[in-house]
Design a protein around this ligand. Structure first.
Ligand code: G3H
Length: 539
């Protein structure tokens, strides 16, 4: 084992006091109908990707456990959400926009108070660095603030009657019903909340099941949810997906399915719903975003962007660059500069200052990455960076694999980890063909300076991808930009404003513009007789 790996995992005593978990956190609580319930059944252990050194051996940290609920508890949570929605007659879906916003604002205040606890758990549960964990928390709070603002704007635009072809009407967005929200383990807070908060604010009721990792970090927020929303509006369950969530889908009572994960997982769950036409799905799924480095690209910039694009959070981002096409004229210099930058990434624990590479949380992930690399080697590629592909326990040092070709699994499979496949190319058609034939369609990054050549690629990709990045890595932000994908990569579009739309539907009240009808409408508005038909302007 190289010295590099020998020093990755710490002795327990080397963990800073502020970040140490001295006692395992046994969580038995879950939230149903505004009540914090206590689970007395089996628990699911929470293993951290962090191992500690003890003498000559390594021990994986068990940092706690969470309830292994069954379908019975999941269905109780669903009943609570169904009751709170009450066929659209419940308190929450009929509450005014201003009042719903007040509930979300109350939640945000309580959530902010839990920042340090949530950040610490993000580090321990998924191995995200302190800096990125803080960023995830703060970005989520900003997202909530911006969602409130966007909802006010949306409502202001609806606070009027329109007249068209002898009709007058008021059009507003209303909730869809009961939402099931499930997030991914790589952004267990942020991505989950980018569906959960819009679902709630638009008046839907929710059953929320945390991701497979990054579960304990929701616990500090349960009281905030309980105290900020009316009973049954938000219900939080834990346990195995198939048993809990599968049971929910089979009832046919889920109206909205918001899921960020694999397309296989989404398909398996979607097909359990007995009336698929009644299920609205909002999905963020797999991706294999390519970078294309043209011969006239600014190589230093391309390398910098491809380093963060492929290796930030160890490549565990759905938006990560997962395959890099580099023109043969510049591939040698690209690889040399790329490897120099990889070497500067500091391996270590999430709380280590300046850390750039950390252990990965998925059991079996290191072995999977090793398999991909071995397969590529079998078909003629090499690991071309120093220490590339070395591993210890849950830590995998980035492997830059070159030259990658169509024979290799790395060409097609989403590695979701620190392996960087580099494909040399002569003709731009080779990269175009890759995108057109890919099962995925999230984003692509083009690096170059020749506007005509870039324009040609843009036009080749616009009907295949959700976003085309020029001289920049692929990414979700800014959160006001539309975030979506084609093929197996997504269903629906998210962004701060789009999320409000996907969790709602436009409904209108319309009448012929006769004097009598105008009189009725005018009375309703002036006397504030309807919550829907109203021209009140939110300040
Ligand atoms: O994992 C997918 C996330 O939406 C990526 O977000 O591009 O801001 O890291 P990001």
């Amino acid at each position: 084992m190289s010295q590099l790996l020998a020093n990755v995992f710490p002795e327990e005593s080397a963990i800073p006091d502020a970040f140490r978990i001295t006692e395992a956190i046994e969580q038995r609580e879950y939230l149903v109908n505004g009540e914090m319930k206590t689970w007395t059944g089996n628990l699911n252990p929470v293993l951290s990707p962090v191992f500690t050194k003890e003498g000559g051996t390594y021990k994986q940290k068990v940092i706690g456990s969470t309830p292994l609920l069954t379908s019975k508890e999941a269905l109780e949570a669903l009943d609570a959400a169904v009751k709170a929605y009450d066929l659209g007659q419940g308190l929450w879906p009929t509450l005014s926009v201003t009042e719903r916003i007040e509930h979300v604002e109350k939640f945000l205040v309580a959530m902010r108070a839990q920042r340090a606890t949530v950040v610490k758990l993000l580090m321990w549960e998924i191995g995200k660095s302190l800096k990125d964990s803080e960023k995830e928390f703060d970005r989520t709070c900003d997202y909530i603030v911006d969602t409130i603002k966007a909802y006010k704007d949306l409502d202001r635009n609806s606070a009027k009657l329109i007249e068209e072809q002898g009709f007058m009407a008021q059009i507003r967005r209303v909730p869809l019903g009961v939402s099931l929200c499930m997030g991914p383990y790589n952004y267990p807070l942020n991505e989950t909340f980018t569906t959960l908060i819009p679902a709630l604010i638009m008046g839907n009721t929710v059953v929320f099941k945390p991701a497979k990792f990054g579960v304990l970090l929701i616990r500090p927020l349960i009281e905030a949810f309980r105290d900020s929303f009316p009973p049954g509006v938000i219900n939080i369950i834990y346990g195995k997906g198939r048993e809990t969530v599968g049971a929910l889908m089979e009832t046919g009572k889920i109206d909205v399915f918001a899921f960020i994960g694999t397309n296989k997982g989404a398909n398996d769950l979607k097909r359990l719903h007995p009336k698929p036409h009644r299920l609205k799905a909002i999905l963020g799924l797999d991706a294999k975003n390519p970078a294309i480095v043209l011969p006239d690209a600014d190589i230093d910039n391309a390398v910098t962007e491809c380093i963060t694009g492929s290796l930030s959070f160890n490549g565990q981002r759905c938006t990560a660059l997962k395959i890099i096409f580099v023109h043969k004229a510049v591939v040698d210099s690209f690889i040399e500069k790329f490897n120099t930058q990889v070497k500067k990434l500091k391996p270590g624990m999430p709380w280590d200052s300046g850390v750039g590479l950390t252990p990965v949380p998925e059991p079996g992930k290191v072995e999977y990455l090793q398999e991909l690399v071995a397969d590529a080697k079998k078909h003629g590629a090499n690991v071309v960076n120093e220490n590339g592909g070395e591993s210890l326990n849950s830590f995998f040092y980035p492997a830059v694999v070159y030259p990658v070709n169509k024979e290799m699994r790395l060409y097609y499979e989403e590695q979701f980890g620190p392996v960087v496949p580099i494909v040399p190319f002569d003709e731009d058609e080779e990269a175009i063909e890759y995108v057109l034939n890919s099962n995925f369609g999230q984003q692509v990054s083009i690096f170059g300076t020749d506007s005509r050549r870039i324009a040609r690629l843009i036009d080749a990709f616009v009907n295949q991808m959700g976003r085309i990045n020029i001289n920049a890595q692929s990414q979700r932000g800014p959160d006001t930009f539309p975030f979506n994908g084609r093929k197996d990569s997504a269903e629906g579009t998210l962004s701060i404003a789009d999320a409000l739309r996907v969790f709602s539907i436009r409904t209108l009240v319309s009448t012929k513009s006769t004097d009598e009808n105008k009189h009725i409408i005018s009375n309703i508005i002036r006397n504030r007789e309807s919550a829907f038909l109203s021209t009140d302007y939110i300040f």
